[in-house]
Each structure stands twice: as structure tokens, then as C-alpha cells.
Design a protein around this ligand. Sequence first.
Ligand SMILES: [Zn+2]
Length: 599
Amino acid sequence: MATTEVTGAEEVGWDLDDLFQRIDDPSIDADVAKAEIEAAAFRERYHGKVAELDAASLADAVAEHERIESSVVRPLTYAHLVFATNMADPARGALVARLGEKAAGLETQLLFFALEWAAVDDDRADELLADEALAEWHHHLRSLRKFRPYLLTEPEEKIVTEKGVSGVSAWSRLYEEQLGALRVTLDGEEHSLETAMSRLYDHDRDVRRTAAEAITEALGPGLRTRTYVFNTILQDKSIDDRLRGYPSWITSRNLSNETTDEAVEALVEATTSRYDVPQRYYRLKAKLLGLDKLEHYDRFAPASEDTEKASWAEAHRLVVDAYGDFSDEAGSIVARFFDSNWIDAPVRPDKRTGAFCATTVPGVHPYILMNYTGDRRSILTLAHELGHGLHGVLSQPLGLFNSSTPLTTAETASVFGEALTFQRLLADEDDPRRRLDLLSGRIEDAIATTFRQIAMNRFEHATHTERREQGEIANERIAELWVEAQTALFGESVGIDGYERWWSYIPHFTGSPGYVYAYAYGYLFSLAIYRRYVREGDSMVEPYLDLLRAGGSRSPEELAELVGLDLTDPAIWASGIEALSDELDEAERLAAEIGLGRD
Ligand SMILES: [Zn+2]
């Protein structure tokens, strides 16, 4: 939420000169025009001929492909960054739109390369990949071939791609537009869904309950339409998967996440079998709030009265110290973000909400956008984004293709950096109530990132499966499946009356089916590395930095091996959850100590 308090972040803006000078900088169009000419030449040279290339020419082609993409990603990143700090400026919006279209056009031009490469037969591909000339592109080229068993013929692929624009993409956009048009009536006035949702974080229970009831009300109109669109997207995916021969609804997602159906099943099993952890936490939270039992709209209520703020300077010192204690190199990289103006810190009107780190900016360091408010969550968010920043700086020498990570490993450095910073905050705090607040905030974030996402994955699993087996799913039935998944998660710990329609505002289900479990995967993976560091100490520092330096040039399993972990062993998930359960023990102990008592 915007705050009027002064944190010292007000004047901390980023300096985008390392990208371009200004939004009408002629080099923006010059770069894009050059990329377009090169893309046309690339197509001319390689279209229809990828199968005939020898290892050295294939290596040249990939390098050229990467160069072309890099030269359009750079202006596009710049456009997104200038737009993010002032979304009300039509000139900035127009730049994003214009460059977005250019980038999509280029993508279409270059698409053939991946398809033709995937079509090369296995023996020939293995022979090529064994050649030293392709060592640099080994992982990239292997990854592109993973979809090979599920590809259609080239004319079929063309039809699927082109019809997708008026098919699944159009449905997905309609869904988003429907969501964007939702208006929630609060205090006699209409608000966006986002504003209404933000009231669920209010101290006052009446404010939360009223907001929740208004949201439920607002989700009513249009629910039939959203249900129909959801059904259609489920059906489209089932047709696509059938034609391509995918064994399950989630296989294609697992492939792009560079993981396997077995690993994801193990993650789901480990998480769903420990729903006692969130249930125990929600019972504790009820006590913290002085309630008998939580209702669904109480889950995000602040459990503490503590409103102490940290200035930007304090946050700066804290995170640099947290990273610096771990490793001098990490500390000095993180310090550069502050010293060289790579961060846009304050809350400003018309600025994008939330926070992000733009990591794959070819040839340039990453940039971080914050909305710094001075509360504890804000400090941990800063630590989170700086983790992405550190990852980006360390892996950047690998170039665009090799530094890009799949979602499953993208959160490694951010979650790790948050853990480092959290431990420091906790170490500096003696007061049991404030320690309890810190711990419960941490557990709550962990639950939101792991258990909640897996419960949503179970809902997705149920809907995709039922759509395939029994055809169109009625509105009431979708609500039933949603309630089933949520009841499994909450047990008796949270009341969910009135929660039946709340599946229908989550854009992931329609926009990127199967997406949500990766949050849990990434979080538990990173936590496993962190726990190993806590156990083994400094001997883990270099292996961990090596993992970050490797970016996305290796599979998650190979990256895990660098730090002595086995991602194919289901125990990795269970032990992460056990560690979370230990933190919960500590929180319960502190609650007892300050007289909030146990059951
Ligand atoms: Zn992140």
C-alpha cells in the first residue's frame, strides 16, 4: 500500500542510460531495424536447411540467432522499464506496444529454426551434439529437442500456431478482459478487484469481511461466461495434448520447466501429505488475532501491531550486510545495485505496483523495481529482488540463451537471499513478540508459495481430468472441485463459506495451465540449498555461486548436483516441509512464552 511516511527512498530512481538515453533515442529503432534485417537474412540462409548443417555451422547459426534476439530484447526491456515507472504516459505505452509487435514479428520469422532442429533425427542430433564445436549450445539445443516426440508435421504446426491466435489466445484474452472489467462495490463506490483484495490485509476484521463479501458478490455476474471460457480452454488443451500424444495434462508444462512427471508427482505427494502444517499455522494465527477460528478472509490479516518502519538507508545496510556475510563477492555485487543506481525504489503515482528484477538484459546489468514502504515485507522483497539481481550479474557472461532459467530454478537466488536476510533480522531481534511476528510472517509466505500453490494445482488437476473424461463441467461442479481442494488444504482450520467462486479470479488457470506448482518447486529447492549452507557453512559458498554462474545452461538436476543435492530423490521435498514445520514449532513455543498458549 502507498504510504505517506518518508523512508528516504523517495529520490532513489534508476538510471537507464546504460540501455538508452531517452524514449525517442534513435538507437532504439536502429537496433530493431538491424535485428529485422538480420532475421530476414537468417531465414534466407537457414530456412529448410537446418538438417543439413554440420556442427560448426550449427554453432554459428545458434550464435547468430541469439545475437538477433538480444538486439531486440534490449530495446524491449528498456520500453518495459520506462513504462513501469510511469504507466500513465501514453508515449511510453505506445513504445511498449510498438516494440512488442516488432518482437512478435521477429519471433515468427525465427520459429522455423527450433522446429527444424527438433525434426532432425535422433542419431544425427546425437552425433552433432557430441561435437566439441557445439559444447556451448549443448543444453540449449538439447532442451529444444525435448518436445520432439510431441511435435506435429510442419504444415500442422503452422495451422496450430496460426489458429491459436483466434483460438486459445483469444479465449485467454477474453478471460483477462472479463477480469479487468470486474468492479467491486465498497462503501457505495466501485473499485478494481485489486483494490478490494488489498483490504484483506487490513487490521480491522469488519473491513476484511465486508471486502470479501463484496468480492464474492462481484464474482457473480459474468461467472457463466468465465466458466464457459475456462471450459473451452480446458478442452482446447485436451485436444492439443491428444493430437500431440502427451500422456497427461501437465506433461507439456513439466517439459518446459525442465522437470519430469515423476518429480512433480513426488512434490505434490510430499506437500499434500503434510497439510497438517498449514492447518497448524492457521490455528496459531487465529490465536494471534484473538479469534476462535479463521475465516478465509482472515488469512492475510496482519498478526502484529508492530508498525515500526525501516528507512531506505537501514534496509540498504541490512541487505548488503546479509549478502556480504555470506560472501564478499555477493555483498559487493549487491552493493553495486545501490551505488550505481540500478534500483527504482519509491512508491510513486502511476508506477507499476509490486516489485521485479529485469535480469536478462543482454549486454547490460539487471535493473530492480521496488515500491519500498519501509515495512518488513518490503525489506524482504528488496532482498528477494537483489537475489535475482545477483543471479543475473553472475550468469550474464553466458549470454541470453544460456543465462535464461526455467521457472523451476528462476527463484533459487531470490528465495536464498530472502532466507539470508530473514535470519539476520531474526538474529537482531530479542523481543519474543517481535520474533514471533517475524517467524509467522515467514511461515505465512512459505505456505502461500508452497501449500497454497499445490492446492491450486490439485484443483487444476481435477478440472483438466474431469473435462477430458466427462466433457463440459458445470459451474456448480467447478465450485465443488475448488471447495474440495481448499478443504483438503485447510481442514477445519479455516472457514470457507462464501469462497466457492474464488477460483474464477485467478488468471493462471486460463493464461498458463499447470503453471502454479513451479512456485512450490522453486521455493523448496532453494530452501534445501539454504539448509545445506546452514549445516555445512562456508564450504557451500563457492558451489552455490557456481550454481548461479551456470544460469540456465544446465538442467535443474545438474544444477542441484553442483551443491550436492539430488532433485530426483523425493526426500528433498519432504525435508523442506519438515524444516518449515520446525519453524512452526518455534513460533508455537514463542506464542506459549508470551501467554498466547497452546491448545
Ligand atoms: Zn522472484
